[in-house]
Design a protein around this ligand. Structure first.
Ligand code: UDP
Length: 357
């Protein structure tokens, strides 16, 4: 059985790492890894493949730095060629990036069945490129693996139980990755000691809705700068955010800005942090896996269950709301566990595919 897996961006490398380990255990499966090139630099791509021992990409399409349509279109053309030459039995895609959509559409047109890991998530904001990608990918997929009960409900509301596809609550493969690699990162990463960090907040900002708006980015940094007067904040900075901070001449004093880090360093930064500020999808959940309060600087989230249990507070890019959430969130609490499964999502996914294909 031949599987083509398409990955292109940081969160997909982490998800693919978890599932690929399971696939590798099944002798009847051959996985061909295709890297679209969306994230290409050493600390946004290579380090993930090296640390997590993800199968080396057989093909690297080298597509980056273009408009959404140019990227998606070029990826589709190249993925179609690969599908024709490799004749896979299944296309495996993750999450909600342009690489996800390109892999899914190219396969759909060739009538190759598609498995979508992280199906059913919705922000209900169709101006987000991620929302467009995930809605369309779900619709052409044959196997939809949801990470949570709320993702299952979203698909049910959209009528997926009447469509010719299989929907399964597998749990979240990011939980598998976090649990598995955390045992290794503990021994290998020295980042917390090297940066001499104690009692700090971990922050990431990269989403287009924030980076592409001077007003939003100013509001976020105004709050972070104020908080950093009393508590350290460490910010592994995405290159896109760096570019806009420079362009808008935003003040970042006191905030410890570092280059993007590999997953092992990220896990250790997270496990030792007192709280998290982010607009990342993945980090919101990882904060929950490790019992950290999370302040999400977006206007909505796909991980609504985390807001319901109070671990996650949505503040938008509003300085006052970020400050209020920070002051209310500093007490660490224990939240209900198990919202995203038990760390065996990859096992369930691969077992299901083995039965079906
Ligand atoms: N991450 C990382 N290093 C960083 C920033 C993020 O390893 O410098 C990890 C983070 O822990 C999470 C994933 O990358 O697992 C999330 O990626 P990102 O925030 O880019 O994407 P999103 O989840 O929003 O799609």
């Amino acid at each position: 059985m031949k599987i083509i897996t398409v990955v292109g961006a940081r969160p997909q490398f982490i998800k693919a790492a978890a599932v690929s380990r399971e696939i590798a255990m099944q002798r009847s499966f051959e996985e061909i890894m295709v890297h679209t090139g969306q994230h290409f630099d050493a600390n946004m791509s290579d380090v993930f493949f090296r640390e997590m021992e993800i199968p080396k990409p057989k093909f690297n399409l080298g597509i980056f730095g273009k408009t959404h349509s140019a990227m998606t279109g070029e990826m589709m053309i190249k993925i179609e060629e690969l599908c024709v030459s490799e004749q896979p039995d299944l296309m495996l895609v993750y999450g909600d990036t342009n690489s996800t959509l390109a892999g899914a559409l190219a396969a759909a047109k060739l009538k190759i069945p598609i498995a979508h890991v992280e199906a059913g998530l919705r922000s209900f904001n169709m101006t987000m490129p991620e929302e467009i990608n995930r809605v369309l990918t779900d619709r052409v997929s044959k196997y939809l693996f949801c990470p949570s009960e709320s993702a299952m409900k979203n698909l049910a509301k959209e009528g997926y139980n009447t469509l010719a596809c299989k929907v399964l609550n597998s749990g979240d493969v990011m939980m598998d990755a976090a649990l598995y690699y955390s045992k290794i990162s503990e021994k290998r990463s020295k980042i917390v000691a090297d940066l001499k960090l104690s009692d700090y907040g971990l922050c990431t900002i990269h989403r287009a809705e924030n980076t592409d708006s001077a007003e939003r980015l100013n509001q976020i940094f105004s709050a972070l700068t104020e908080i950093s007067l009393e508590k350290s904040i460490v910010l592994p900075l995405h290159p896109r955010t760096r570019k806009f901070i420079e362009q808008y001449k935003i003040e970042t004093k006191n905030i410890k800005i570092i280059d993007p880090v590999g997953y092992f360093d990220m896990l250790e930064l997270l496990k030792n942090a007192s709280f998290v500020f982010t607009d990342s999808g993945g980090l919101q959940k990882e904060a929950y896996f490790f019992d950290k309060p999370c302040i999400t600087m977006r206007d909505e989230t796909e991980w609504t269950e985390l807001v319901e249990i109070g671990q996650n507070v949505i503040t938008g890019a509003n300085s006052d709301r970020i400050l209020k959430a920070y002051h209310q969130a500093t007490d660490q609490r224990v939240w209900p566990q198990g919202l995203y499964g038990n760390g065996d999502a990859s096992k369930k996914i691969v077992a299901h595919l083995m039965e079906q294909i």
